[in-house]
Design a protein around this ligand. Sequence first.
Ligand code: SAM
Ligand code: SF4
Length: 329
Amino acid sequence: MNVVDYLRISLIDRCNFRCQYCMPEGAELDYILQQNLLSYNELLTLIREVFMPVGFSRFRLTGGEPLIRPGIVDLVRAIASTPGVRDLAITTNGFLLAPIAAELYDAGLRRINISLDSLNPDTFDLLAGTKGRSRWQRVWDGIVEAHRVGFDPLKLNVVVIPGVNDSEILDLASLTIDRNWHVRFIEFMPIGNNELFGDMGWVPSAELRQRIRDRWGLEESRVTGNGPADVFQIPGALGTLGFISQMSECFCDRCNRMRLSADGWLRPCLLNETGQIDLKTALRNGVAPESLQEKVRSLLAIKPEINFKERDSGTLVGNYSRTMSQIGG
Ligand code: SAM
Ligand code: SF4
């Protein structure tokens, strides 16, 4: 059975982008009120006194956009310096990254995933919902700066939308040839903007791999990682290509993670909230960490039966499901 030792922590459900596939302009999202966000002290208490004692040792900060939450460098320092934390990573859209990349590194962060859906600034803005605001260059600068200060691995996440950015697969894959970067192609999921999903559908990873194989050849990578990606490599390339195929291949049996929302709900699966626990309210009501550990253990015990494909209706709200930004992508 899989060891579940990895927690994805959403710091905030808000974002400075409006990616069409996630939280498009005009989507009516109920944002979490400031007073309902877990404070950093509450978060550290949960990490140190609840999650670590039950076996979690690897953490990822995400959102929404984690870099818009003030004080992130101090939070990173506090988590990274906690004895027993084996791994701390962040997922960001990169827009605010360049000026603080070095500070984050010095605070103990080593692993970073940056979303980059296109190398074409116009397509990028179209997808990010930032048309007319030219956001690509700053994101690219953030990636280059993260590389310069030494983040390793440095991963680039690409959500592949048919007819929008799938024509750039080879260009994006070629970034790994002479850089030690890891480009990961993610199958577009019916979460967030279901309308866009309905129109566009998704491209199976196998098809992307074939396109890359036809161009350069493709071999399984020596670096496999322990996440959901199947990792390959262009022969001789410095970096790798990951394929996250949650639509075409169910990888629930190798799932090693749970998710904590910015308002303190612990859920066992991205699309299935069976058994979720309101840790923030319990903590604020003075429930002892030992009792919270028991609750988390109970959820861990039922996790193997919980399946991504059997999404529950609680996750759907009209045409929009809870977005990745709300759950903690
Ligand atoms: N704002 C940060 C970012 O964009 O990297 C972190 C949060 S974002 C929700 C985390 C990841 O989820 C991003 O790589 C994003 O592309 C991905 N994502 C969002 N909606 C998705 C969807 N419907 N299908 C597949 N991936 C999605
Ligand atoms: Fe923001 Fe990330 Fe969602 Fe894009 S994918 S809207 S950057 S949270």
